[in-house]
Design a protein around this ligand. Structure first.
Ligand code: RIB
Length: 296
């Protein structure tokens, strides 16, 4: 069984700020760091660091060589990362002293994937392979439809959420990994229990993992199973890529055959470690670091 992650690759410009810039305000930042990120790229790195071979598919611009280099160093298969004229995607990220962030995206090459490229990637997949998706690329509906026709297992992190995602055939998704905001946007409910119940009614065949940041994580499926695991308390420096780390480690634990409670705990621990460091992919821990943290 293969894992294909068809997702975004962004250069992240991370500014340290005293507070998030407000409408009409000009704000001096305390510093700037540039990192490789993008929800897709971060999740491939998390899978690789958790010990799962992953093939990344997507599009970078002429400036995208650094992503390919890092992928090779991390052992991520890049045979389906294409290069197009123009710029790669980028993100402008503000991080405040509490470690919270605000992200402004420029899609760039992430919005230039083609139907031919999708066909090529899917033609290399077999029934039962896993297709991991987020919502930072174009043609998501086509990907979901094509993958479902080939009987792939679709795992979706619907981030960032937008209304039109609901028209992309989400009933074909096997596992949703969602944060609280996305859960509220998808269901118009506010309480985690209500969000999970509403999602269960919308997609009765799917499983759901609802992350609540420092409040922990819920798991639910259409058969009535519900689990809760508390978050690991840490001092947050930068929460960027915490959700991506969780997604990669959750999927990895599942493929490694870990029992659900254990894999939720492990994914929480990995995400907690990620928030103790600045940056996106750079903040994602290796499996040995997660093991050490869990045994403390
Ligand atoms: O989830 C974090 C990521 O969101 C950042 O790396 C940024 O590129 C945006 O895609």
């Amino acid at each position: 069984m293969k894992v294909i992650n068809f997702g975004s690759l962004n250069y992240d410009y991370t500014y340290q700020v005293d507070h998030m810039v407000m409408p009409g305000e000009t704000l001096a930042s305390r510093g700037l760091e540039t990192h490789c990120g993008g929800k897709g790229f971060n999740q491939s790195v998390a899978l690789a660091r958790a010990g799962i071979p992953v093939c990344h598919a997507g599009m970078v611009g002429e400036d995208g060589g650094t992503f390919l280099e890092i992928c090779r160093k991390e052992g991520i298969d890049t045979q389906f990362v294409r290069t197009c004229p123009g710029k790669s995607g980028h993100a402008i990220i503000q991080v405040n002293p509490a470690g919270e962030n605000c992200i402004l995206l420029y899609g760039g090459a992430n919005r230039r994937n083609t139907p031919e490229q999708i066909e090529e990637v899917l033609s290399h997949c077999e029934a039962g392979d896993i297709l991991l998706l987020q919502n930072e690329i174009n043609l998501l509906g086509e990907l979901i439809r094509g993958a479902s026709e080939r009987k792939l297992r679709i795992v979706l992190n619907p981030s960032p959420f937008e209304e039109k995602l609901l028209g992309c055939g989400l009933e074909r998704v096997s596992i949703f990994l969602i944060n609280e905001t996305e859960g509220m946007q998808m269901t118009q409910k506010t309480e985690p229990e209500e969000i999970l119940s509403a999602l269960g009614r919308m997609y009765p065949e799917s499983e759901f993992v609802l992350t609540l940041g420092e409040k922990g994580v819920f798991y639910a499926d259409g058969k009535g199973e519900r689990l809760y695991v508390p978050a690991c308390p840490v001092k947050a420096v930068d929460t960027t890529a915490a959700g991506d780390t969780f997604t990669g480690y959750y999927l990895a634990g599942m493929l490694q055959g870990k029992e659900k409670q254990e894999l939720l705990k492990r994914a929480c621990a990995a995400a907690a470690l990620a928030v103790t460091k600045v940056g996106a992919a750079a903040s994602i821990p290796y499996a040995r670091e997660v093991d050490a943290f869990l045994s403390e």
